[in-house]
Design a protein around this ligand. Structure first.
Ligand SMILES: [Mg+2]
Length: 184
């Protein structure tokens, strides 16, 4: 049987799908504003979390030759709060260890491998994957190159603008090259 297993597409929410770093006063073009109360945002005195989503992104993501997986701090709540607005079916979810080393390129801390990276490598278990996240750095690329046995694309997305056509094109091109079995 000649079944081709598509690579995984590991999806972050805040940054790629919700351009949280865009100017608060100006909703990015093509996006709809949602007010959400996921876990941690349930208190009545707390303002609901503002999330910008582009409802066209679901169809584009589903058209890519990947198996989609949530790789976000929203974990299972991405299937409840995010996916339905994008027209995405319920997706598998990566869950994270409780102890998260605190690292983010936005914080004034020494550069470090992202707290998601080791878990992502473990989850992929050698299967090719593309990881889309706003917090990816070269340290993560080095970690994946060293510890992941298969092909990988670590694709950083600007959280001021979210996923753009160029990002989708880069993912498609990478998957096409992978399935073409390019020989160097
Ligand atoms: Mg993010």
């Amino acid at each position: 049987m000649d079944t081709v297993t598509p690579p995984l597409l590991l999806l972050d929410v805040d940054g790629p799908l919700n351009p949280w770093m865009a100017k608060p006063s100006r909703r990015p073009e093509g996006y709809t504003t949602h007010r959400m109360r996921p876990t941690g945002w349930e208190q009545p005195y707390q303002k609901p979390l503002r999330v910008w989503l582009n409802h066209g992104h679901g169809a584009v993501l589903l058209s890519l030759p990947f198996s989609l997986v949530w790789a976000t701090t929203w974990t299972h709540e991405a299937n409840e709060w995010i996916g339905p607005h994008l027209g995405l079916p319920k997706l598998p979810v990566i869950t994270w260890p409780d102890e998260r080393p605190q690292s983010s390129p936005y914080w004034k801390a020494p550069p470090a491998v992202h707290w998601k990276t080791a878990t992502i490598v473990k989850y992929a278990d050698g299967r090719p994957f593309a990881w889309v996240d706003d917090e990816i750095t070269d340290l993560d690329r080095e970690f994946v190159a060293r510890y992941h046995g298969g092909a990988a694309l670590l694709h950083q997305v600007d959280p001021r603008v979210g996923l753009l056509p160029d990002d989708f094109a880069a993912l498609s091109a990478w998957a096409a090259e992978l399935s073409g079995g390019r020989r160097d």
